[in-house]
Write a protein that binds this ligand. Structure first.
Ligand code: HEM
Length: 249
């Protein structure tokens, strides 16, 4: 074996050949790019479900404090007495944390793989521009939504941000938080970024799963646009409702 100058005088350890033995099916699948895309698509689907039902649940704030706070309590009471209080909610939370973690991990790993593969250029300049625009949009919108999520948890779940937070009174917390102009701006900007992410994510989810028959492309685009519009309009309505006094403590 040829040793480099840097190796001279030190013991050269032989490089262990990577085992070609197959691992568990799901682990092997995840190692491939296609497997990572499946993971992104399936975890994305779970997150879409959460985002949709979260918006739907938040619409209850238009029914008033009692209904909204009761809804928050109902989430903690899910499946009681079959399981103790908050257990079902915690299971959902753990599933959601897992889905978000895997979604971010596979996105990161696919970005690294794509960067390395970029040595082989796209056939056409238009394909290159389209793919590049989409992946750049997904990256910045994903980062904004991720940062927002951490801040949002501090704002309405842990401590409150700049107002007097009271655990167990989500209606009052939402009204006080969104009544602060800068908080409302953060909600509006983050939900616009979420809109970009959801639109492209919903569209490419079908692609990653192989559900991309050209006959369904118009339907796919329509679904992605309608779903995104519903979530974003619903979510933007909350800061606007608080700022205009429709929702207040
Ligand atoms: C204007 C839009 C939104 C409003 C008014 C809102 C409101 C709330 C409220 C009131 C809670 C606390 C619920 C409770 O403790 O009972 C909460 C929790 C949460 N929100 Fe939002 N949210 C909004 C947008 C979003 C978005 C866009 C995401 C994700 C991208 C999100 C993710 C979460 C998560 C993960 C939790 C924690 C759930 C839990 O642990 O129970 N929210 N939100």
């Amino acid at each position: 074996m040829a040793a480099t100058t840097a190796d001279r005088g030190s013991t050269v350890r032989p490089i262990k050949p990577r085992s070609n033995r197959p691992g568990p099916f799901l682990v092997d699948l995840y190692r491939s790019s296609v497997g990572k895309k499946y993971v992104m698509a399936l975890t994305g689907l779970a997150i879409l479900g959460f985002v949709f039902f979260h918006m739907l649940g938040n619409l209850k704030m238009y029914l008033g404090a009692e209904d909204f706070n009761h809804y928050g309590e109902w989430l903690r009471e899910l499946l009681v007495p079959f399981v103790p209080r908050t257990v079902a909610l915690w299971l959902l939370r753990v599933g959601l944390i897992g889905a978000v973690g895997l979604h971010v991990l596979s996105a990161y790993q696919l970005t690294v793989i794509n960067r390395k593969a970029r040595a082989t250029k796209y056939q056409g300049r238009r394909d290159y521009l389209a793919a590049n625009y989409a992946s750049r949009t997904m990256r910045w919108s994903g980062v904004i939504v991720g940062l927002f999520l951490v801040w949002h948890l501090f704002d309405l779940t842990f401590t409150g941000t700049g107002y007097h937070y009271v655990r167990g009174l989500p209606y009052e917390n939402v009204a006080l938080s969104l009544g602060r102009a800068w908080n409302a701006v953060i909600y509006i900007v983050a939900n616009l970024a979420l809109g970009f992410h959801l639109f492209h994510g919903t569209w490419s989810l079908f692609q990653s799963m192989g559900w991309n028959n050209p006959r369904f492309n118009a339907w796919r685009r329509g679904f992605a646009a309608a779903f995104t519009a519903l979530v974003v309009i619903g979510n933007l309505s909350f800061p606007i409702a608080v700022l205009t006094g429709v929702v207040s403590t």
